[in-house]
Design a protein around this ligand. Structure first.
Ligand SMILES: C[S@@+](CC[C@H](N)C(=O)[O-])C[C@H]1O[C@@H](n2cnc3c(N)ncnc32)[C@H](O)[C@@H]1O
Length: 223
């Protein structure tokens, strides 16, 4: 069943970009997906599973950049519980409206979806415990330094991010029309420049001949 759904996702995606997304069953376990409306799986466009390694503590305030249909928001909401919150930000009014419709069909009251951009995040300074993002920053936005500066600004001291993203396999990767960063080391340098510490690559997978999917964690230092 997952394979069929993935084909539908990739038919939609082919119209926008030149790569296909990993199988959903390669990213999420059945347990993570249980009890969510099945239609959500048609719209998932991630390349990793940032929540899996995020060790969310109850009550945390979580922000998902480029939340899309909101699957990662739903998974995160289970962990943070009713005293925490999850905010999904996306640039597309259509996807925001769709994700709002879907969340109404679930039991979660601690998720909101807001129209906005990852380069000008409409959240106060030092207000977020955890930023997640799945296949958005290098996949779609040209100035990734700006995005990491914004993530740094909104995180509380000792706050963390866990981001899944793609980089081309080599500098000549033909995904160049929508990717700024061409190598893992340039990606890490962009994060370091912003002031993040304890940068770790949690997962590095090649789901596709032309790109590598990374899941990276970093912490906003004390000062
Ligand atoms: C590849 S999809 C990933 C969606 C979602 N994270 C997931 O895992 O299914 C990229 C998403 O980022 C959004 N997006 C692209 N550029 C953006 C920007 N500059 N600011 C906010 N959202 C953006 C798109 O509308 C789309 O929903």
């Amino acid at each position: 069943m997952y394979k069929f759904i993935n084909n539908v996702r990739n038919d939609q995606k082919t119209l926008e970009h030149s790569f296909s997304f990993p199988e959903i069953s390669n990213l999420y376990s059945k347990k993570e997906l249980e009890n969510f409306p099945r239609e959500i799986l048609l719209y998932v466009k991630g390349c990793g599973n940032p929540v899996k390694s995020s060790k969310i503590i109850k009550g945390e305030k979580i922000l998902d950049l480029g939340s899309g249909i909101g699957l990662d928001c739903l998974i995160a909401a289970k962990f943070t519980g009713k005293n925490g919150s999850v905010t999904g930000i996306d640039i597309s009014p259509e996807i925001i409206s769709k994700s709002q419709d879907i969340v109404k069909k679930t039991r979660f009251k601690n998720i909101i979806f807001k129209l906005g951009t990852i380069q000008n995040i409409n959240e106060p300074d030092a207000s977020i415990d955890l930023v997640i993002s799945n296949c958005v920053i290098n996949a779609g936005y040209k100035k990734i330094d700006r995005v990491f500066e914004e993530i740094f600004r909104v995180l509380k001291p000792k706050g963390r991010f866990i981001i899944s993203d793609i980089v081309p396999v080599n500098e000549k990767g033909n995904l160049s029309e929508f990717q700024t960063i061409k190598s893992i080391s340039s990606y890490i340098n962009s994060i370091k420049k912003t002031g993040f510490t304890s940068i770790e690559i949690l997962e590095e997978k090649k789901y596709h001949p032309q790109y590598i999917s990374l899941t990276i964690k970093a912490i906003k230092s004390y000062d």
